[in-house]
Design a protein around this ligand. Structure first.
Ligand code: SF4
Length: 277
């Protein structure tokens, strides 16, 4: 059997960086309270919990005097200030690309644009971007949501980092007909797009694809959908223990791809077991 691993795959730059910051804080302080789950992977969260990680659902749940951790998605500026006021130490793991999107939104609002954020309004990253602007914004998750009967003066558009460029272009095109002036910041991060491209290439080359990643990870689900849409027999596992070895044993070539929140140790565990097979 031949084994191929998608490239790039697994942790993106921002999540890798944030988890590194968190590990260093855990080693230094023993206990750290993260605001929201630091990574969409139950096995990795369990590993970090053994090192002393606790997770709070909101700022009120972070104990006074704690060492707090902000995940890669970022948080609204008011929440960051609140954490700084009540906590001993705040480790800010906000991805620099997310921080750029937050700054773009701030500057558009300051310049008087009606700010349009292309993204999922319930996603923590979008909530963080909105919370850094200090005023209302319009959030659209697709061009179809934009009211064609409304007229705008100056519109400033930016995107949630994990959206795709073709859909952002559709949103921008729609505003061409509705606004007097448009300023667009393409704040989409290539990490997600590159991982989606790499699984397309992989699925075309192998007899079966194993996607490894948390069931709560939206980008892992997307990889599974892409692989299936290309007709490749696809297996989704959270860890090597879930692997169907009978399924693997009848294939000549197997491809492995991992969601953007799957740590290296889980990928390595799976590929090592596949190599032994
Ligand atoms: S997907 Fe991109 S923006 Fe989001 S955390 Fe990863 S590197 Fe940062």
């Amino acid at each position: 059997m031949k084994l191929a691993v998608a490239s790039p795959t697994g942790l993106c730059f921002g999540v890798r960086r944030a988890i590194g910051q968190l590990e260093r804080a855990l080693a230094e302080y023993g206990g750290v309270c993260a605001l929201g789950s630091p990574i969409h992977n139950p096995q990795e969260v369990a590993r970090l919990a053994e090192m002393g990680l606790d997770v709070a659902g909101d700022v009120g749940g972070v104990p006074d005097g704690a060492v707090a951790f902000v995940r890669a998605h970022g948080v609204p500026s008011a929440e960051l200030e609140c954490l700084r006021a009540k906590c001993r130490v705040v480790v800010d793991g906000t991805c620099p690309f997310v921080r750029t999107a937050q700054k773009r939104a701030e500057s558009l609002a300051r310049e008087g644009y009606v700010v349009v954020v292309f993204g999922d309004p319930s996603h923590p990253e979008v909530k963080g971007i909105l919370g850094c602007m200090g005023r209302e914004a319009l959030v659209v998750s697709g061009a179809g949501e934009i009211d064609s009967g409304r007229r705008f003066g100056r519109v400033g558009i930016l995107s949630q980092t994990t959206q795709n460029e073709a859909s952002l272009a559709e949103v921008v095109s729609k505003f061409v007909f509705l606004a007097d002036e448009i300023k667009v910041y393409n704040t989409i991060c290539r990490a997600t797009i590159e991982r989606q491209e790499s699984i397309k290439n992989l699925a075309a080359e192998v007899d079966g694809v194993v996607v490894i990643g948390g069931r709560n990870s939206a980008n892992t689900r997307k990889l599974v959908e892409i692989s299936e849409s290309l007709g490749a027999p696809t297996l989704w596992v959270e860890h090597a223990g879930e692997m169907d070895w009978g399924w693997a044993g009848v294939r000549q070539t197997i491809g492995v791809a991992a969601g953007g929140s799957t740590p290296d140790w889980l990928i390595n565990e799976l590929t090592e077991k596949l190599k032994r097979l």
